[in-house]
Every structure is written in structure tokens, then in C-alpha cells.
Design a protein around this ligand. Sequence first.
Ligand code: CA
Ligand code: ZN
Length: 297
Amino acid sequence: MNKINKDQHIFEMNKNHPPALKVKSGSVVTFETYDCFQNQITKEEQSMEALNWEHINPATGPLFIEEAEPGDVLKIEIQRIEVNSYGVLAAIPEAGLMGEKVQKSTFKLLPIKEDKVIFNENIELPLEPMIGVIGVAPENDGVPCGTPGAHGGNMDNKKIREGTTLFLPVFQKGALLSMGDLHGAMGDGEIMVSGVEVGGEVSVRVEILKAKAINNPILEDSEYFYTIASHKELLGAVKEATEDMHKLVMKELDLSFNEAGMILSAAGNAEICQVVDPLVTARFGFPKHLMKKLLEK
Ligand code: CA
Ligand code: ZN
């Protein structure tokens, strides 16, 4: 079995990391992952000061895919996500949308049982596992695993879950795919800066698509295609995701600029992934019943 253990991890996505594993296009690989705190939080009384902040957002990898060359597309079918038996939620001063009002850091350890995350004796959340950090080595300088971008990274997009397919641009030979930061549940926005942070295992099938090019990550689930973009400001992220989808729709459906825009306006959804990371991330969803195939033309 192709497996990368969690002790093989990086804190920055860059082209210089030696591969943890080399495989051929078409392989299935399992990534074992730490939670975003590198499993440092083991009790609710834990003090923030005791945390090693150098060890935040580890991503397991990188995986080298032999056929991958700059300008290709890496197709990642997310076949399975399994999470550990407890997750961590955090409230941290100066972090997230209300950080200025958080007086003291608090951690909550939440048992995960079957398909539930137990918040307290009265509140249970449905277990909805997703991948917070997944990306390739970027085009230029290295990017910390806590930051999203054209290479993927910390997109915190709750739609990246089991059964979906993610397409990433390849910037470096081998692509160098890494992932981590699983969440047992997360709302759009991730407003307090954490989802239900949890370690676990992800199995993916990787495939290299030649003679295709994309600027930014694209996701496919059973109902939608999503373009995903990250930017300093939310409106900039929404605009970039919208423009990426507009280009795809214009090309795949043979529509004029204005017509493609009209279809997006009538049937597409501009949505928030997260607004709390060093860059914020938006996605634009377009229904698959209107555009059956992606990257065909
Ligand atoms: Ca994250
Ligand atoms: Zn996270």
C-alpha cells in the first residue's frame, strides 16, 4: 500500500522538499495527518503559551507524481477521509472575526463518535469530515501551510470532502502534493479560526492531466463545479473565483462574454470558504446539470 505517515510532514509548501514518496499517475495513496496543532492539545486546560507555534499546520508529504510537469493539472479523487476519536475547537484572542473580544484562549476537546461530534451534553454536530490544507509546491517562493493560494494550501473549503475531486495546477516537476488540517466539522467562514481540528487519514487517487491548464484550484462534487480563489480581500477572492468560472463556462458552453455572465448571475453561487487565514478564500459554484464536463475543451 502507498502510505505516507504523519512524521513525514512539512510546514511550508515549496519546491525544495525531498519527496516522502514517489508514485505513478493513477496511484492510490494514503496520507496520515496530524491535526493543525500537531496534536499538541490534549487537555482543555492547556495554555496557549505552552503551544509551540512553529508546529502549526503540518501537512503530510510531499508526494511526487512521476509524470507531473509544470503546466499540467493534478486530479485528486478524494476516496476516503477517516478522522480520529476526538477533535479540538479553539477561541483565541486576536484571531478570527471576533478575536478582539476574546479575552482568554479556550480549547474544547470534543469526542467524535460514529457520525457525531459531541459539543456538550445537549449539542451534537453531524460529523462532516473535510480537508483544510491540500496543495502542491507553488510556482515561486515557498508558502507556509497556513496560507492558501493558487497552489491550494489552507483553503479551508468545507466542500473538499470524501467523494469529491480536486484539480490543482502543477507548478513544479512531480507536483509535490501535501495535505493535513482535517476538520470533523466546519462552517463556511471558519469564523473563530478553527474548525473541529482533528487528525486522521485520507486516501486519494492521483492522476496527471496533460495539455490542460488552470490558474487556480477547481473542485467537483456530485452537483457542482467550483472555482476556488484566495486573495487579501474577500471581494477580490469572490471576483477571481467568478472570473475563473466565467472563462470555463464561456469556453465549455460556447457562450459570449455577456451570455456566460448572465448564466452565472442566474444560476451560479458565489460562496465563502474562509475569512480568517492570511489570505481569504472564496468559491464559485456552477451546477453540473448545466455544464456536464470540465476541462474538455
Ligand atoms: Ca485551516
Ligand atoms: Zn484547521
